[in-house]
Each structure stands twice: as C-alpha cells, then as structure tokens.
Ligand binder design. Structure first.
Ligand SMILES: C[S@@+](CC[C@H](N)C(=O)[O-])C[C@H]1O[C@@H](n2cnc3c(N)ncnc32)[C@H](O)[C@@H]1O
Length: 220
C-alpha cells in the first residue's frame, strides 16, 4: 500500500524554496542529510515523532538561516549539536568554515560521525563531552547553539571557548528579551558586548527566527 504525503503523518515535509536559496550548490548534500534524518531520526531518538512533517522548515532551514552569519575561514564550535542542528547543517552549506560539534551523548556523537563520513564533509569533527570540559582545550572564532539552555547558563558555558572578539550566535525563541534580562549579570561578567537580536528569514517561505548575536570583548 502506498501512503500519500497528505495522509501519512511521518512523511517528510516537501522542501521549501528557502532550502535551495540558502544551500546553493550544497543543496544535494543537504537533501541527503535531511532524507536520512527524516527516515531514521525518530528511531534513533534524534527528533520527536511529530517532526518529520515539519523537518525542513522547523529544523533544516531554521538552522541554515544562520549560514550567512558564519565568517569565511572561521572555526565554529556548535554546542549540543544533537541530531545536527544547527552545526551539521552549517557545515554542509558553509564548506569554507571549520566546525566542531560538542555533544556529550554517545549515540548522538555516533550519528554525527556517521553523517560526516557519509556526506564526505572534510570541515567538521565531533568532540564528545560537555562544553565545560573544553574550556581550556581550544579557542574558536564563533559559537553556535540551538535549544541547549537559557542564555543565563549558555553565556558562562560558551564564553570561555571564544577568542577575544569572538562571536556568539544563538538561535532563540520569542522569549529572548526576557532571557537577556535574566542573563544581565552573566553578560557583564563575561564581557559580552555589541548585543543584538536579529530576525532571520524575512522574505523566505518559512517562519522567521531570532538570533542572539554578541561579541566577547576582553580588552578595552
Ligand atoms: C534539546 S537538544 C537540542 C539539539 C540540537 N541543538 C537541536 O536544536 O535540535 C540539547 C542538546 O544539548 C546537549 N547538551 C546538554 N548539555 C550540554 C553541555 N553542557 N554541553 C554540550 N552539550 C550539551 C544534549 O546532549 C542535547 O543533544
């Protein structure tokens, strides 16, 4: 029996036009990843049972909206990459930057490693562990995160990874202003400056999203 996309709740959402706009000539690699995540993600505990019908818009394109903010040549640490959002999506569409996926869960790390190999990504590596364990291990140019923890905790967790002048890019929901107010002390302590909340995705055929964007200024 064949089940149509309209009636099968597990069917993967049709691709929005925004995907090709953001991915450019990397769209085929992005499609290969999305297909695999849609087919195996629920069984592997990477996405919830209701996510396949909104996989492209809620997860893939939502992550890819950050791509224009990644600096060419940057080393980017994605914290709590989980099933790949946003780090793996960004590694696919931005081959000109290098990505570290920091993730403590073994099964998620195994998935990410498998995808890096399967998709032939040469600009990404998995570091298994909690971000706190890497505070003295390296300095990066940018950190990204989605759905890991509130800003108040995320700032002390990620600031020590950034070089002086390095940038935070956190995908956030509608409560971002409340999160910023609650994080005031942490933002001051870690010398987080040039704070901006930007709306991404206007004019595309997906929901817009908010990004918390700020720089660490240790000197001056
Ligand atoms: C809700 S999931 C979000 C996954 C992915 N970022 C997304 O948007 O789909 C949160 C992820 O953060 C990871 N995580 C939780 N605490 C962490 C920490 N201290 N350091 C690094 N990753 C952490 C979890 O293992 C989990 O994979």
């Amino acid at each position: 029996m064949t089940v149509s996309r309209e009636t099968d709740p597990a069917a993967i959402e049709p691709e929005p036009a925004a995907a090709a706009v953001l991915a450019g000539d990397r769209i085929d690699v992005l499609r290969a990843f999305t297909q695999d995540l849609g087919e195996r993600g629920e069984e592997l505990g990477l996405i919830g049972p209701l996510e396949a019908p909104r996989l492209w818009s809620r997860h893939i394109v939502n992550s890819a909206l950050l791509a224009p903010l990644v600096q060419s040549g940057a080393t980017v640490a994605d914290i709590g990459t989980g099933g790949g959002m946003p780090g793996l999506i960004l590694a696919i569409v931005r081959p000109d930057a290098h990505f570290l996926f920091i993730e403590p869960m073994e099964r998620r790390c195994a998935w990410l490693t498998e995808q890096i190999e399967r998709l032939g990504l040469t600009n990404a590596e998995v570091r298994r562990g909690r971000v706190e364990e890497f505070h003295d291990a390296f300095e990066v140019d940018q950190v990204t995160a989605r759905a890991v923890t509130a800003l108040k905790k995320l700032v002390p967790l990620t600031a020590p990874l950034l070089r002086d002048g390095g940038e935070m890019l956190f995908l956030k929901g509608a409560s971002i202003q409340t999160e910023i107010e609650a994080a005031e002390k942490a933002l001051r302590k870690h010398r987080v400056r040039e704070i901006a909340v930007e709306e991404l995705g206007a004019g595309l055929d997906v929901e817009t999203t908010r990004v918390f964007r700020a720089k660490i200024v240790r000197h001056g």
